[in-house]
Design a protein around this ligand. Structure first.
Ligand SMILES: *Cc1c(COP(=O)(O)O)cnc(C)c1O
Length: 365
């Protein structure tokens, strides 16, 4: 373990496994025996083709992706998916359902409104997004072409217990940007899963899309839809229609290999529950720290909390930073504090934070 690394609680871009950074830096100047950096390689080269194939193959193993699903690497972030999803899946006279559980799902919904008829079938906005609506609060439409949900609400610290919600019949589209591969997922029960890589999967610059072949073939897209905004373009070219972000995909491949070595998604989920459990148990046993999310909707990825006043929060942040605990400031839209503890965040860092929190409460409480 190198001692100069601090504990990075940033919400994204976020911490990567140290073992991945070590491997990438060991090979940075020359990948295996190539005499060339992966940063310099043609995306049509044999080496890059192997990197892509093995990343896709390992993702298929990790998430048990069925054969009739594509594993694609796109650009434009999760935000571009807010447009690509309706552009590719919503027909002129059709409509889609959206559940609004935070700022990102609101943005996804707003963007979809550009393309056609979309409905809000559940929302926790009137409760400041502190919870995920329960199943019986959701009113799915019988004719929706898809249902869109955000599995983890990065800003508000809430997370669906599992996806998809039980009683929907439409193909389910999930923005899993901040909890992709943090727990087992039944891909076969989803139509499309997307995630910007920079939270739980790798560096910024690549978006993972796992999509069922059938749902990107049904709708005949108008001629004017740009080639680069069609899922079929990526599905038909194995994500190599144009120059892809090779380095970002290479790192995603290493992260996925690391997840498999850790024992796969069940083992990863156990570790995430353990880490989050330590923080929530502090919030629950203290009158000084106040968790902001409803206990039934708590996120295992982003733990949000407040102190008795903003003055104390400021002092907490400064002292935490000085103690090597960095990135704990809540999102600028909600304030407070947020500990983002994605897959790659080490348990040791959570323990260091919990000790710091106890000590800070003792001094200031
Ligand atoms: C960060 C985030 C986004 C935005 O991702 P970009 O890659 O920056 O476009 C979308 N959805 C969720 C849930 C996020 O956490």
């Amino acid at each position: 373990m190198s001692t100069e690394r601090i504990f990075n609680f940033s919400a994204g871009p976020a911490v990567l496994p140290e073992i991945v950074l070590d491997e990438a830096s060991r090979h940075l100047k020359s990948l295996r025996d190539s005499g060339m950096s992966v940063l310099e390689m043609s995306h049509r080269s044999q080496e890059v083709s192997e990197i892509f194939d093995s990343a896709v193959a390992n993702i298929r193993i990790l998430a048990n992706v069925p054969d009739d699903y594509h594993v694609l690497f796109l650009q434009g972030g999760a935000t571009q998916q807010f447009a690509m999803v309706p552009l590719n899946l919503l027909s002129e006279n059709g409509s889609a359902d959206y559940v609004i559980t935070g700022s990102w799902s609101k943005k996804a919904f707003k963007e979809a409104q550009r393309f056609g008829s979309v409905r809000i079938v559940g929302s926790s906005e009137d409760q400041d997004f502190v919870r995920i609506p329960t199943e019986h609060e959701l009113e799915f439409s019988s004719d929706a072409e898809y249902l869109h949900i955000t599995s983890n609400n990065t800003i508000f610290g809430t997370q669906w217990r599992s996806t998809p919600p039980g009683s929907t019949t439409a193909p389910v589209v999930v923005d899993a940007s901040s909890d992709i591969f943090s727990r087992p997922i039944d891909v076969s029960r989803h139509g499309l899963i997307y995630a910007g890589a920079q939270k739980n999967l790798g560096p910024a610059g690549v978006t993972l899309v796992i999509v069922k072949d059938e749902i990107i073939r049904t709708k005949k897209l108008p001629e004017r839809v740009p080639t680069m905004l069609r899922y079929a373009t990526f599905a038909d070219s194995a994500s190599l229609y144009n120059t892809p972000p090779v380095f970002a995909i290479y790192i995603v491949g290493l992260v996925v290999k690391w997840l498999l070595q850790k024992g796969g998604l069940t083992a990863v989920a156990e570790s995430n529950e353990q880490k989050a459990g330590k923080l929530y148990s502090i919030l629950d046993s203290s009158n000084f720290y106040q968790g902001t999310a409803d206990p039934h909707s708590r996120s295992l990825m982003n733990v949000t909390f407040r102190l008795p006043n903003e003055e104390l929060e400021k002092r907490f942040l400064t002292q935490a930073t000085n103690a090597g605990l960095v990135g704990l400031k809540g999102h600028r839209s909600v304030g407070g504090l947020r500990a983002s503890i994605y897959n790659a965040f080490p348990e040791e860092g959570v323990e260091t934070l919990t000790s710091f929190m106890r000590e800070f409460e003792r001094k200031s409480g």
